[in-house]
Write a protein that binds this ligand. Structure first.
Ligand code: NAD
Length: 371
């Protein structure tokens, strides 16, 4: 079996704890002969700042570039509050995303039947929910020039940010959305504000042009404000939603909260595929370093584990193993095994490591049954 190389950057707070459970699963898969994964570990965030004076080193970025993918835990913590912005733990994350040119951020919002009561919406609205939001990550108003706070001749101050998109930026993220939709229900909803923004008008026109290459996928357009409403009204109408950086930031947070459980949410950030088929990719839980529970064995490792499942599917060509992990995660929850954050009456509360063990046991049972 071809050897695959993963860079693991566990980071700060609960990052190393949740990543410990991912490492156990990698060890298990290798031992079963299902994968041939080699891991390299490096520091990131505050841990890297403490050791090297920067939140991510150039050496780490180089290893990331050469790896099949990067798994990241979480960064940040109050310990580094006094550090300059460009050296803060979060700056390490922004730098690795930027240097690897990860322009497409994938955020699934899946409601597990066992956790349906964790959603603030009615069960009949969110039951079976499975949305994938593809957010453009490296362009748009967060990066556009001119930007700044300017002093006007009349004595007023003016804050300026500029929303800019080019056809190539729209096409590359659009392609990611269309290709992912092909592996799902085959529907893409493209969101912008074409009614009031030129950049939105261009986005809509270019998505429509690009659709010519993906006629097997159904494309619809929606204004981003309507999408925000529809996500609450009838979220199951969506399959893949593709949108820009700003709207994606807001809509992906909104969609993820339909599931009601931060400790369960995975994400992926992908770059372009080069001529040799290599694609930079980083997988990380949506949650942060949770300093309030760090070091106490309370963290839910599922978001990190489900992020690894995404890596298996999108970067490592092991979609069947990813399905296997996701089905085992469902079964563990159905069996009433819960970390504190998703605890419910009648369930058994377990620690971070016990949750990882329960998942591996479930995988073993399923493999035995299948044999
Ligand atoms: P957070 O996601 O770390 O925590 C929010 C709340 O959710 C906390 O009460 C925490 O205990 C709980 N929580 C989060 N993940 C959990 C898990 N896996 N299991 C159980 N409970 C969990 O967000 P925050 O408190 O706003 O930020 C803390 C630090 O993390 C800050 O320094 C922030 O900058 C950083 N942060 C990093 C990332 C990242 O690394 N991608 C993302 C968000 C925040």
């Amino acid at each position: 079996m071809k050897q695959q190389n993963i860079l693991i950057t566990a980071g700060d707070g609960i990052g190393p704890e949740v990543m410990g459970e991912v490492k156990k699963i990698i060890f298990f898969l290798n031992a079963e002969g299902m994968t041939n994964i080699t891991t390299t570990e490096r520091l990131i965030g505050g841990a890297s700042y403490d050791a090297h004076g920067v939140p991510v080193t150039d050496e780490t970025i180089e290893i990331a570039r050469k790896s099949d993918c990067v798994l990241l835990g979480a960064v940040g913590g109050t310990k580094w509050d006094g550090v300059d912005y460009n050296l803060r733990p979060e700056a390490g994350l922004l730098k690795i995303r930027k240097d690897l040119e990860l322009f497409a951020n994938l955020r699934p919002a899946i409601v597990f039947d066992a956790l349906i009561d964790a959603s603030t919406l009615k069960p009949e609205i969110v039951k079976g929910l499975d949305i994938l939001i593809v957010r453009e990550l490296t362009g748009g108003v967060y990066f556009g020039e001119p930007r700044g706070i300017f002093n006007l001749p009349n004595g007023e101050r003016q804050g300026v940010n500029t929303q800019v998109y080019t056809t190539s930026e729209i096409h590359r993220v659009g392609r990611v959305a269309f290709e992912l939709a092909r592996k799902r229900q085959g529907r893409v909803t493209s969101c912008e504000k074409a009614n009031v923004m030129e950049s939105g008008k261009l986005w809509r026109e270019e998505m429509t042009k690009l659709h010519e290459e993906y006629k097997d996928v159904q494309l619809s357009h929606m204004y981003a404000d309507n999408c925000a409403m529809q996500l609450l009204k009838n979220p199951r109408q969506f399959d893949v939603i593709v949108t820009d950086n700003l709207f994606g930031d807001i809509l992906s947070d909104e969609a993820s909260m339909l599931t009601g459980s931060l400790g369960m949410l995975p994400s992926a950030s992908l770059g372009a595929r080069d001529e040799n088929g290599h694609q930079n990719a980083l997988y990380e839980p949506v949650h942060g370093s949770a300093p309030d529970i760090a070091g106490q064995g309370k963290a839910n490792p599922m978001a990190a584990i489900l992020s690894f499942a995404m890596a298996l599917r999108f970067s490592l060509d092991h979609g069947t193993i990813a399905d296997h992990i996701e089905a085992s995660a469902r079964a563990v929850l159905n069996n009433g095994i819960r970390t504190g954050d998703i605890m419910a009456a009648g369930c058994k509360q377990v620690s971070t490591t016990e949750m990882g063990d329960a998942l591996i046991n479930e995988m073993k049972t399923r493999l035995k049954k299948a044999a």
